[in-house]
Design a protein around this ligand. Structure first.
Ligand SMILES: Cc1c2[nH]c(c1CCC(=O)O)Cc1[nH]c(c(CCC(=O)O)c1C)Cc1[nH]c(c(CCC(=O)O)c1C)Cc1[nH]c(c(CCC(=O)O)c1C)C2
Length: 387
């Protein structure tokens, strides 16, 4: 029998792939529902906290798993995606887990190739360039067939979490995915994809609708598989003008929230919208989209967000500068946490970073951040009379 490194790796992958997925029912009882209560603006004894991209490159245990497998192999092998999702849950007292996957699985389901290039990030070798390229898209998408591995990872993880905290499912928002599909990867200006919005409005609507249809089916399927909250990532919101956002994206975000909820009925779960650099869109996101929670980045002043929204029935999430996760000064960290708690208040608030955690984050600082949120918010919530 061959015992070289590659055959050991193949054998490990085969055994990971052979893990049986239990049915998406009879899940273990939830021991910590703080994030669900905060999303519904109910009183909490302390503020829940999780970190965008909490499972990933800053953790040595992730890097070890990643050194053995290609990025999308981890995503497509439910027991590996589950293991990586649980890694930060074992280390930290987090109030939610987020399933390990990527927003770019939706373009893959639509028939576009996406590869993860070391040191560069995601690349789509054959992006959409012309409106006629839309005929290449494989629509309609059967999400169970194309993305069933995400649903299986969710079901397995929900069981293995054993009720420690709720599990978050997610998808990219239509504009953000359209931008990747046209740019072919990361971009600072999104000039090509924005040019589509101006020059090809009908084709842009067709592409955005095709993405929206998949996103709705995908979120519904993730929730049926066991996701207890879902977050929509509009990471490229900041490239749009308010008018482009209002015309192209707002109606789609509203359709995603309304249709997902309608299709699930009683089984609906809280929905979070994260719009990076979406200052101009705060009121639109909070009042005209139907999401339960709006997640803001670090460029927004917490108290100012509350002031702008008045008594709008929406919870807020955010917004610590992720760079602080690479710093060691605990007084500074405590001060920043205190400032967020003061500005956002302890009701209807989920503490998080303003964007995904960076690879140079220090695990010790991440732990100190989570503990500071719990410690400082407990006294603030008690002072506000919340239990
Ligand atoms: C760990 C990881 C992920 N994606 C990528 C990596 C690093 C790749 C590697 O290990 O090689 C590539 C990977 N995938 C993407 C990027 C960003 C590329 C760019 O800058 O445009 C990278 C480096 C695209 C992507 N992917 C995602 C977003 C939205 C959030 C954000 O704005 O940061 C975006 C924009 C979401 C995402 N992506 C991931 C999760 C996992 C769950 C978690 O821990 O939170 C999530 C939620 C996982």
């Amino acid at each position: 029998m061959a015992t070289d490194a590659s055959s050991i790796k193949e054998a490990e992958l085969a055994s990971a792939a052979a893990v049986q997925i239990p049915p998406a029912s009879n899940f273990p009882a939830l021991k910590n529902d703080l994030i669900l209560r905060a999303a519904r603006r109910q009183p909490v004894p302390r503020v829940p906290v999780w970190l965008m991209r909490q499972a990933g490159r800053y953790l040595p245990e992730f890097r070890q798993t990643r050194s053995k497998y290609d990025f999308f192999t981890i995503c497509r092998t439910p027991s590996l995606a589950c293991e990586v999702t649980l890694q930060p849950m074992r280390r930290f007292n987090l109030d939610a887990a987020i399933i390990f996957s990527d927003i770019l699985v939706v373009p893959q389901a639509l028939g576009l190739e996406v590869v993860m290039v070391e040191g560069k990030g995601p690349v789509l070798p054959n992006p959409i360039s012309e409106p006629s390229d839309l005929d290449r898209l494989r629509t309609p998408v059967d999400v169970e067939k194309e993305l069933g591995y995400v649903m299986r990872a969710i079901t397995l993880t929900r069981h293995r979490l054993d009720g420690q905290a709720p599990l978050i499912g997610f998808a990219g928002a239509p504009w953000t995915l359209m931008a990747y599909m046209i740019e072919g990867g990361s971009s600072t200006t999104h000039a090509k994809s924005k040019r589509w919005l101006y020059a090809h409005p009908a084709a842009s609507n067709r592409l955005l609708d095709a993405i929206t249809d998949v996103v709705i089916d995908f979120l519904v399927a993730q929730i049926r598989a066991g996701a207890q909250l879902v977050q929509l990532f509009e990471s490229h919101c900041g490239s749009l003008t308010p008018e482009l956002f209002r015309r192209y994206e707002l109606p789609r975000l509203a359709r995603i929230a309304a249709e997902t909820r309608r299709r699930l009925g009683e089984a609906a779960v809280p929905m979070i919208a994260f719009a990076k650099d979406g200052h101009f869109a705060l009121e639109m996101l909070a009042k005209d989209c139907g999401f339960d929670v709006v997640s803001v980045d670090w460029t927004m002043e917490p108290a100012e967000c509350r002031r702008r929204l008045g008594n709008c029935p929406v919870a807020l999430q955010g917004n610590l500068d992720p760079v602080l996760m690479a710093c060691t000064d605990r007084d500074q960290l405590n001060q920043e946490v205190h400032r967020m708690l003061q500005g956002f208040g302890t009701r209807g608030y989920i503490c998080n970073l303003g964007h995904g955690i960076y690879p140079d984050a220090q695990p010790d600082t991440v732990g100190a951040f989570i503990d500071a949120v719990h410690r400082l918010s407990e006294s603030a919530a008690a002072a506000a009379g919340d239990k």
